[in-house]
Design a protein around this ligand. Structure first.
Ligand code: BT5
Length: 250
């Protein structure tokens, strides 16, 4: 069995480590981090480039249902962005719905939440990858969007994962306590302050169930943290996080 609440030199994927800890019965809030990952994952089997000097952190969350599980990815993004903005004023992070962290119009971090089981034994593994020191070269791009990538060190030279790990961890754990105590009520307002896709913005999106791109404008968050958009025919639609690709058009 692996140890918990430590920083490993290397991991295959800290989300896999956290899942093993959860299966062995670890308590809510248990975490595992690593200096390198050999097979870091994004959503839908995509790859997460995991260079040394960057942050790879996974947390086991055991939450009651009323805490709003569907909000956890966005809540994590809000917690990380708020923490980093407090950590250094030059880290003006934005949240790109549903699970990306952006800095100066480029992706600097991503969140992968994996929910397992139902009932009392169920849990969510919250995985955070944050480019602190190094921005990787990205070869695997979501089609149709050349997505720029950056690192926190572009704004704060010399910054590394070791400096931000514990503040970010505390920020996420604090957010989970907020969720347990009061549910997601405060999140829409906190989100709007840092949203990359603001209400009224023109966007294009694609979902696997439909062919091609659709376009329209952002309306805002719905009651489960989903994004409401109005398409070019004036119809209001709900986009859920799992499989949607969305970007702003200028
Ligand atoms: C994500 O996926 O953004 C979630 C990434 C979560 C990684 C953490 S690290 C700790 C924990 N353990 C894991 O194994 N995973 C979690 P997604 O939205 O699917 O974005 C993936 C896409 O982002 C890729 O297809 C690339 O285009 C791009 N990408 C890959 N690595 C990147 C990086 N380091 N920085 C910025 N963009 C990257």
């Amino acid at each position: 069995l692996i140890a918990s609440n430590i920083v490993l030199e290397e991991s295959i994927s800290t989300n896999d480590d956290a899942r093993r800890l959860a299966e062995a019965g670890c308590p809510h809030g248990t975490w595992i981090s690593a200096r390198r990952q050999t097979a870091g994952r994004g959503r839908l089997g995509r790859k997460w480039e995991s260079l040394e000097g960057n942050l790879f952190l996974s947390i086991v969350a055991r939450l009651p249902v009323h805490a709003g599980w569907s909000w956890v990815p966005l809540a994590t993004a809000i917690a990380v962005a708020e923490t980093l903005r407090e950590f250094h004023p030059r880290l003006e992070l934005e949240i790109k719905w549903p699970n990306d962290l952006w800095l100066n119009q480029a992706k600097v971090g991503g969140i992968l939440c994996e929910a397992v089981g139902s009932g009392a034994q169920s849990y969510i593994v919250i995985g955070l990858g944050l480019n602190c020191a190094e921005a990787p070269e990205i070869s695997e791009m979501p089609e149709g969007s050349a997505q720029p990538v950056t690192a926190l060190s572009a704004a704060v030279p010399g910054l590394s994962a070791d400096e931000v790990r514990l503040p970010v961890l505390a920020g996420i754990l604090g957010m989970l306590e907020d969720l347990k105590r009061e549910g997601p009520a405060s999140l829409p307002e906190r989100y709007e302050r840092m949203a990359a896709l603001r209400s009224g913005m023109s966007v294009v999106w694609s979902v696997p169930s439909a062919t091609g791109n659709a376009s329209g404008t952002v309306e805002g968050l719905g009651p489960s943290g989903e994004l409401h958009v109005r398409n070019s025919e004036g119809k209001s639609l709900r986009l859920y996080a799992e499989d949607v690709r969305i970007r702003a058009v200028r």
